[in-house]
Design a protein around this ligand. Structure first.
Ligand SMILES: [Zn+2]
Ligand SMILES: [Zn+2]
Length: 157
């Protein structure tokens, strides 16, 4: 058995169907050692699986600030996988007539970044604007990000 048949996390042989490969070190982890639940694993797309990085590779990612907090990786499934350290700004869809309501747009920003919602930028579309305070060339700048939902059909301009 080659070295790659053992999970680097628990040193047990990797399950042939339930494993995930780190996109950086190419080692195969069983999903429990990867910190992924069975249910989550089944919901992951091919693309999400192929972009997964193991914890030790994530910890090697250079940080732009001085904290030693490991970079967490989250999968957004049904908008439920929001980290508790994120500031979540939402614009919930207004209930119209007898439709079931719900829906809307959401932006999650890590709390280590100063951010605030720009309500005055909102239009009649389902748009949400959040300004991030960033430092560029030693100057404080405001970076505006916008999430918008365009209901189908969306016609190309
Ligand atoms: Zn393992
Ligand atoms: Zn890795």
């Amino acid at each position: 058995m080659g070295k790659n048949d053992l999970c680097p996390g628990c040193k047990a042989p990797v399950n042939q169907t339930h494993h995930i490969k780190c996109c950086t070190c190419k080692l195969q982890y069983d999903i429990a050692s990867a910190g992924i639940t069975e249910a989550t694993f089944n919901l992951l797309s091919k693309q999400q699986k192929s972009s997964w990085a193991c914890l030790s590779c994530r910890n090697k990612v250079p940080r732009t600030n001085n904290t030693n907090t490991p970079v967490r990786q989250m999968f957004i499934i049904d908008s439920k996988a929001i980290s508790p350290s994120d500031n979540v700004t939402k614009r919930t869809r207004e209930r119209r007539e007898k439709t079931n309501g719900g829906g809307g747009v959401l932006i999650a920003i890590n709390k280590s970044i100063n951010s605030r919602q720009f309500k005055n930028y909102e239009s009649d579309c389902e748009d949400l604007w959040v300004g991030l305070e960033i430092v560029a060339n030693r100057k404080k700048e405001q970076l505006l990000i916008c999430a918008v939902y365009l209901p189908p059909p969306v016609l190309k301009g």
